[in-house]
Design a protein. Structure first.
Length: 320
């Protein structure tokens, strides 16, 4: 299958591209490469902006499937440049959908976010109403609505709502909760926890990659117009910190809670994707922590402060 990953040079996109290619797919990536290029030479590149309709249509030519990951990612990055975020994350979406439909693509997978749920009690299923709290999550929900209200012709589309991804990637990020806590443990021997009771769903990056692959290979009628939560363990921030501290226990890590006004809290139920296409995560938060420890040689002579590891820092360089 020929697969185009829009935003495929990012944290999830790079391992996804490599995994799909190893599985026999012909993989192409369209990306601005703001954070460098960690893709293997065998992956075809279309370097540029998805808002460039000429480039987008060139990249879509003869593709069987599209996985749309591209966005100004996470709340702090979105708040840094609101107009840019709106343009890329939302305003570009209608034209992207038209281009996908006109290219006769058979499958389209949109990466939404479990953050669309906002503050919720209990395990949240896909049927629970969304209550987004930030521009980032609002635009994700609006794009989901747009998919429902757009005539996609013969394109079978699927929405994934991932939990917060964790673990090592060739295009690493240390601004995601598990990764950030692991960095703090290795670099500072102290894990700051803002609040602690807020609940967060998590998923290992290898499981996230497997989820996209599972949807891509599933029966097309099963996954068409379906929305799936994709998460592994649901943990509080304090539980995550304790898990990181235990995994890095040889270094004598200390957990330091601090008060916060950030009340975002939710658990997600990922039973639907398990029941309908058989996908279940297999990796733990502890495995994500140990992978980072190994890849950074337990912090020995590793520069945790490179700008490319942090979306906001890099965006400030790009857009001073």
């Amino acid at each position: 299958m020929k697969v185009l990953i829009i935003g495929g040079a990012g944290y999830v996109g790079v391992p996804l591209a490599h995994s799909l290619q190893s599985g026999g797919h012909d993989v192409s990536v369209l990306d601005l490469f703001w954070y460098g290029d960690a893709l293997k030479p065998t992956v075809q590149r279309f370097k540029g902006d998805l808002r460039d309709q000429k480039l987008l249509r060139q990249a879509l030519r003869d593709q069987d499937a599209v996985i749309h990951l591209a966005c100004v990612s996470n709340d702090p990055s979105s708040e840094l440049k609101p107009s840019l975020t709106r343009s890329i994350n939302f305003e570009s979406f209608p034209e992207t959908l038209i281009a996908v439909r006109e290219a006769n693509v058979r499958r389209f997978i949109f990466a939404s976010s479990s953050s669309v749920y906002g503050i919720q009690d209990g395990d949240v299923t896909e049927s629970r109403p969304c209550a987004p709290l930030t521009d980032y999550s609002r635009y994700k929900e609006l794009c989901e609505r747009m998919l429902w209200n757009t005539d996609m012709g013969n394109v079978a589309w699927t929405v994934l709502r991932p939990a917060t991804v964790c673990g090592w990637s060739p295009r690493m990020r240390f601004d995601l909760v598990v990764n950030a806590m692991t960095r703090a443990a290795l670099r500072d021997k102290v894990i700051p926890v803002t609040g602690g009771d807020q609940l967060r769903p998590n998923i290992h990056i290898s499981d996230m990659v497997s989820a996209y692959a599972a949807v891509l290979s599933a029966d097309i009628h099963t996954v068409h117009s379906r929305t799936y939560n994709v998460g592994g363990p649901n943990l509080s921030l304090r539980q995550i910190a304790d898990a990181v501290a235990a995994e890095v226990s040889l270094l004598g890590i200390r957990v330091e809670p601090t008060p916060t006004d950030d009340k975002r809290s939710y658990h997600i139920d990922s039973g639907r994707i398990a029941a309908e296409i058989g996908f279940q995560p297999t990796f733990s938060v502890e495995r994500a922590v140990s992978d980072i420890c190994e890849q950074t040689s337990w912090g020995m002579n590793f520069n945790f402060d490179e700008t490319r590891f942090f979306n906001v820092r890099r965006m400030k360089e790009l857009f001073p």
